[in-house]
Write a protein that binds this ligand. Sequence first.
Ligand code: AMP
Ligand code: MG
Length: 503
Amino acid sequence: MQFKQDYFEQLEGFYSQVYPLPISQPHWLAWSDDAAELIGVERKLNNGDTPDELLMQLSANHAMPGASYYAQVYSGHQFGGYSPRLGDGRSIILGEAIADPRYSSEPLNKTSTWDVALKGAGPTPYSRSGDGRAVMRSAVREFLASEALAALSIPTTRALAVIGSDLPVWRESQETAAITVRLAKSHIRFGHFEYFCHSEQGGKDKLIQLLNFTIKQHYPHLTQDYQGYKAWFTQVVKDTAILIGHWQAVGFAHGVLNTDNMSILGDSFDFGPFAFLDTFKEDFICNHSDPQGRYAFGQQPGVGLWNLQRLAQALAPVIESDDLVAALNTYQAELVKQYLLLMRAKMGISMRALTAIESQEQDKTDLDFIGRFCHVLQHNKLDYTNTFRALGQLDISSTKANIADEIIDRPKFDEWYKTYQKRVGNVADIAQWQADRNSVNPKYVLRNYLAQEAIVAAEEGDNSKVVELHQLLTQPYAEQTEFEHYANRPPQWGQGLIMSCSS
Ligand code: AMP
Ligand code: MG
């Protein structure tokens, strides 16, 4: 692994140097070849006598050459209230690994990098009362979520590996520690800006320093001046809107959308009690610590804006309020645009060339129509993923249709279907229309009950289900007939699982 140390070298005062503490009996619990390609690393599977040096380095048993080891400081709004000092409480960053240019989407003249972080590598000055560790179940969930979202082309941080150990940690009961090796284009969060705006050691100079660094590293086409700052914030608004558009379309609930869990690049970030929807439920809550549903599935679009408003407040010393408001005002349209783009593709609704006014009208009609479809799903307690997937078998030219056996209210459904058929219009090649649906409606998503089954087996020493589930989710659109059962709706125990925040 080759590192740059730009954050470490250029942002003194924005982190604490801290060395990770090893975990005992380290072993590979999960590994992502796709993530490994991004930074050009390979693992050697244990052959019994020589432990893999990479395993020893990533489990903090050996030093990693070129690593700086630091924890970033930030703050954030958590469940609506401001926490003035947070920071990486259990994640230690090694540095920015230089991406393998063969697999980078960036132009060759710009070397892109991936921060490599060991999540669960011991306490830091920001651990508060925590032990700096992560339990295996939460490490596996972060790993699977990152790689599943990436395979669905949803912006996200990545996970290279989960390293298991026999180190005991205490939560509600004794569990074992693990480390997730996280890769992120950046670990800078909304909360970083909030910290340097609101903290006494911060102030405008630090805020500008952070802003210039962020622009230089991640938005090199923008200038480090007032025009650049404005354009940058507008881009953050857009990237956040695009991310949430993706989540709403695929049926993903993050669960803890505090501003310290919001990546400045619009990546899905910091996975805790997240869920992919099984049965469609607009107000689905996946987080046990959120009984009010602040972060319920259907609240995410509004929360995205609320979080951006907190970021705007933090930027107020640098960007004038009119300009901040103008950027915030683009959020809703960007989100709707992204959501409609994805939902039209999912449903097979194409767009003709229209004038601007006609197109606005069409957007309204389609949003309303998609909303009615979601109502059909909710009313009939249908599975979100499977119902969309069923469109890939639908003969849209036939006047009678079935996309789920569970429809309770058949007349209402038939009425909706007639409108749908009309909106889809004439389809010249039905097989192609169906294949197109299958290319955007995943067959397999990371259902909570599947993650849970794999974790229970891993806790008993068998990680094969974690490996299998990960493999399956790298190709979410493929049929993979031998794994058909992974597309099943949850059994009763696994329905509407609400996960604990303890991790
Ligand atoms: P989260 O809810 O996972 O986003 O965590 C909120 C804050 O608590 C972050 O600053 C984490 O680094 C910190 N944190 C969570 N769990 C632990 C832990 N076991 N030890 C130390 N810090 C933790
Ligand atoms: Mg967090």
